[in-house]
Structures are given as structure tokens and as C-alpha cells.
Design a protein around this ligand. Structure first.
Ligand code: UT7
Length: 329
């Protein structure tokens, strides 16, 4: 059987750091409130000339370099994003040209679960023999889509991108994946205007309907149920238990969510990776950015088992169990 294995990892975050004190100059909030409720201290914000495809292109280039591959070696590009550069063409097509790729390219839109969905698409293509080398990118510039006068949302998000190169391998890298969706409650987290249901107009812009709207408490309750459940299903599909996990790498939305999930899964808190303090919620980018941080800090070793878990608007959720097959340096 042909498996998919991670052979390259790349990351990119914009240069501009915006601290909680900076946020307090824009809306009525405080460093104390943001840190105690979310664990976030600062986030990165894309410059005016950086869109999601630019962030993703930088991460993709880094992943290619890490894998020792050239753009021509890639035969499929999958980009997870919910802040596309524009409604069409896809962010994947824009990114493809920026990186010098020539392969088919498409977007996956599952909000903050996009990277896990994209990983499933990529791994399936490899396992089915339809692709041998796939670039998977999670890129989001959600700060472009939040209302910087709404303190309930604007303090949470940051921009960034992360990327994996997946290659066909005899060794199993991507193991079990569990995905799920429940479209019955779109109002919990959405951007109502700008699509075909409510096209952009003066009225929608005046009413701020092109910005993220979120019921934070409902998302919180959903997340702390969904993450443990999907993790357990993906582990079962991999014939593993929670004890086999070296690292749980959840979508970075709120430190209190990560702590609650650790408790519910009876996992030591230091096995649940967190970098939310410095990046905030980077949506589709948060999982590959987290893996990149683990990798570049020397915390990943051949044979380690990672649980990559996302949740977000949709509602969507998903977990991928991955064995780290790269050789240690
Ligand atoms: O990628 C997935 C996306 N989202 C998530 O995962 C979000 C999940 N939810 C959360 O992380 C939390 O619900 C939040 C961090 C969004 C909010 O925390 P909370 O503990 O649920 O606060 P709350 O919404 O119950 O608000 C408590 C108070 C309210 O004031 P009153 O009504 O008690 O007077 C809010 O108006 O805190 C107020 N508040 C703020 N105060 C200072 C809300 N945002 C802020 C703020 N600064 N930025």
C-alpha cells in the first residue's frame, strides 16, 4: 500500500506584531482581559500588500525547501483558507503562480478545520495513486475580515500560514483521519455578506455584515466537546489510544479550550502544544504553524505520533493522526 508522509514543513508569519496593549488603544479592552480569557499576548498582522496567497506562498516555499524539492516536483496543491484573496479565482491558483508551480490547484474551505480537511484531500490523492507529491497549505489573513471596533472578535485573530509537503511513501505517515460537519447552526460563526446569499452592497457594508460574527460561548462549548470526540475517533481509526500520542496539536483558538481538552482527554497539559500566546488564532494556519514550531525547536523526533485537531465555523471538526517519519538531524 502507498501511504502519505510529511517530508517538508514551512511557516510564515507577517512581521508586524500587535500586542494586547496595542489592541487596547483601538477598543475597550485590556491585556489582563485578553490574557486571562484567551491566553493571547500578541498576534501578527499582515501588511497592506500581503493577502492570504502571499502568506501561503512564503510558507509553501519554505516547505519545498525543507523537503528538498523544486516547484516542478509538486503534482497537486491544496490550500485551506477562509479568507481567500478574492471570491474567484481560488487562492490556490494565485498561490500556484507566486510559487512557480504548474500543477492542479484548489481551495478547501472548512474555516479553522480547513487544514485537516486539506490534509485528508492530499493524503487520499496520494493513497489512491493520483498524486505523488502534494503541497498542503493553510493560509489565513482573518484580521482583514474582523471588525476592529468589535472587541469580542478583533482581539482573537492573527494572520499567518503554514505548509506541509506530503509524499508517497512505503512508511505510514498520515494514519487515521476523522472529519465531521454540522451545517445546522451557521449563525454561531459566520460572515453573512459578500457571497451569493447576501451580495455586498452599501447597506451590508454600512451594517458591518462583511465582518466575522461569532457567538463565542457557543463556539467554546462546541470546541471542548468536538476536539476530544474527533481525536478519539481518529485514534481508533489508527488503532491507537491517547497514550500513543506524543503531542496533541489542536487548532489554537483559546488557551482555556486547550486546557479543558487536556483535562477531558486526561492528557498532561505539556503534551498539548500551544503557541497561541504569540500568534493568536490564525485559523487554517494554526495547525501547520504549531507543527513548524515543534519541528524547528527540535521537539519532534522520528516515530513521534501527533494528533492534529481542528474545529471551526460550519460547524466543522476533524483530527488527523500523523506519525513523524522525518529523520532527526
Ligand atoms: O477558530 C474558532 C473561533 N473561535 C473560538 O474558538 C472562540 C471560542 N470562544 C472563546 O474563546 C470565548 O468565548 C471568548 C474569548 C470569545 C470570550 O470569552 P468569554 O469568557 O466567553 O466571555 P463572554 O463572551 O462571556 O464575555 C464576558 C464579558 C462580557 O461583558 P459583560 O456582558 O459580562 O459585561 C463581554 O462584553 O467580557 C466582555 N468582553 C470583553 N471585555 C474586554 C468581550 N470581549 C472583551 C474584550 N475585552 N476584548
Amino acid at each position: 500500500m502507498t501511504f502519505a508522509a510529511i517530508t517538508g514543513v514551512g511557516a510564515y508569519v507577517p512581521e508586524r506584531v500587535v500586542t494586547n496593549d496595542d489592541m487596547a488603544t483601538m477598543v475597550e479592552t485590556s491585556d489582563e482581559w485578553i490574557r486571562s480569557r484567551t491566553g493571547i499576548r500578541e498576534r501578527r498582522i499582515a501588511s497592506a500588500d500581503e493577502a492570504s496567497s502571499d502568506l501561503g506562498a512564503r510558507a509553501a516555499q519554505a516547505a519545498l525547501e525543507d523537503a528538498g524539492l523544486a516547484p516542478n516536483d509538486i503534482d497537486l496543491l491544496v490550500v485551506g483558507t477562509s479568507s481567500p484573496d478574492m471570491v474567484m479565482p481560488s487562492t490556490a491558483c494565485l498561490l500556484q503562480t507566486k510559487v512557480g508551480l504548474t500543477c492542479p490547484a484548489f481551495d478547501v474551505m472548512a474555516a479553522c478545520t480547513s487544514f485537516v480537511y486539506a490534509l485528508q484531500a492530499a493524503a487520499s490523492a496520494i493513497e489512491a495513486g493520483r498524486a505523488r507529491r502534494v503541497l498542503v497549505v493553510g493560509a489565513d489573513a482573518l484580521t482583514r475580515l474582523v471588525d476592529f471596533t468589535d472587541r469580542r472578535t478583533c482581539v482573537l485573530f492573527g494572520d499567518g500560514a503554514g505548509a506541509f509537503v506530503l509524499e508517497a511513501s512505503e512508511e505510514a505517515g498520515v494514519l487515521g483521519i476523522d472529519l465531521g460537519a454540522d451545517g445546522s447552526r451557521p449563525e454561531v460563526l459566520r460572515i453573512p455578506a459578500g457571497g451569493s446569499a447576501m451580495p455586498a452592497s452599501h447597506e451590508t457594508v454600512d451594517a458591518g455584515l462583511h465582518f466575522v460574527q461569532m457567538n463565542g460561548q457557543e463556539v467554546f462549548k462546541f470546541a471542548v466537546r468536538a476536539i476530544p470526540a474527533t481525536t478519539k475517533r481518529a485514534l481508533a481509526a489508527s488503532n491507537m489510544t491517547i497514550d500513543d500520542l506524543t503531542w496533541l496539536v489542536p487548532h489554537q483558538a483559546n488557551q482555556r479550550i486547550l486546557d479543558t481538552v487536556a483535562d477531558r482527554l486526561h492528557l498532561a497539559h505539556d503534551r498539548v502544544f500551544s503557541n497561541i500566546e504569540s500568534l493568536g488564532n490564525t485559523s487554517a494556519a494554526s495547525i501547520p504553524l504549531a507543527v513548524s514550531d515543534l519541528y524547528t525547536s527540535g521537539s519532534l523526533h522520528r516515530g513521534d505520533v501527533l494528533g492534529l485537531v481542528g474545529f471551526g465555523a460550519g460547524l466543522t471538526w476533524g483530527a488527523a493522526i500523523v506519525r513523524w517519519t522525518k529523520e532527526d538531524d
